[in-house]
Design a binder for this molecule. Structure first.
Ligand code: SF4
Length: 257
């Protein structure tokens, strides 16, 4: 219902055979959205020479622009892309945006029935994001035999809203990839960070800010991350294995069935 205080974004390494070390601590007001923090996190990682080739991230950090900007930094951002929540995507045979062929050069979209769009309008949202609105012809859509799979509008033709080319293609690629076993296997390594947050909270009091203000809270979190790293390095040097990520009873039950 509400957010109070601060939020910490932790990044850690997850190379097999090495201790998993926290490589960045990013502190914000609790109300700041995760998706807006990725660029600053990557800049700090770059400045400290710890920029990864692959970055496993929670869904809240994944959006078209972050996929594109990560790619520009030579980072493969790996995380669940937001779902297409249109009814067409949810329906078994609905025509969602992935069913349309887009000619970005000519600014024309072809629908699954082979009809071409008649209008392509580039606009900005209230937040300044570029969007493209595409309209199909009334004549085509009214007479279309597949209309019920394409639009629920009573009389109006099908329309589409697209992100700019690079973002659109990045999201489409991410949505396809996240259905693969390779993605599931790779992404499972992100589970370690949940254990790190748990360790920070349970062993080092990470959930309680001991001082007032963002800077002091950040300093406390840096100290906590340092303590976590020192303990992990000591354990690794002494051949003490890291604890396995715990599975909830519900998860264990789901995997057993
Ligand atoms: S309703 Fe219009 S856009 Fe949709 S498939 Fe038919 S002709 Fe194409």
């Amino acid at each position: 219902m509400s957010w109070v205080g601060y939020k910490v974004h932790l990044t850690e390494s997850c190379d097999e055979g090495f201790p998993h070390l926290i490589t960045n601590v990013h502190t914000t007001a609790a109300t700041a959205t995760d998706v807006k923090q990725l660029a600053a996190i990557q800049q700090r990682l770059a400045a400290s020479g710890a920029l990864p080739a692959e970055q496993l991230a929670d869904a809240s950090y994944v959006c078209g622009s972050n996929l594109v900007s990560s790619h520009a930094r030579r980072i493969d951002l790996i995380g669940p892309a937001y779902k297409d929540n249109t009814w067409q995507a949810k329906a078994d045979e609905g025509f969602d945006v992935a069913n349309f062929r887009i000619d970005w050069e000519k600014k024309v979209v072809s629908c699954p029935e082979g009809r071409q769009s008649i209008r392509w309008s580039e606009t900005k949202t209230a937040r300044g994001r570029s969007m493209i609105h595409v309209d199909f012809s009334s004549d085509d859509c009214t007479a279309c035999p597949s209309r019920s799979s394409c639009t629920r509008a009573k009389d109006l033709p099908r329309t589409l809203t697209l992100q700019p080319k690079e973002e659109h293609e990045a999201i489409q690629f991410a949505r396809k990839r996240q259905k693969t076993e390779e993605f599931a296997s790779l992404y499972s390594r992100r589970a370690g960070i949940e254990g790190t947050v748990s360790q920070g909270v349970r062993a080092f009091g990470l959930r309680q800010a001991r001082y007032r203000g963002l800077k002091k809270t950040h300093l406390q979190e840096l100290a906590t991350a340092t303590a976590v790293n020192v303990r992990r390095i000591a354990n690794w040097l002494n051949d003490i294995p890291a604890a396995a990520t715990r599975r909830s009873r519900l998860m264990a039950l789901a995997q057993a069935s």
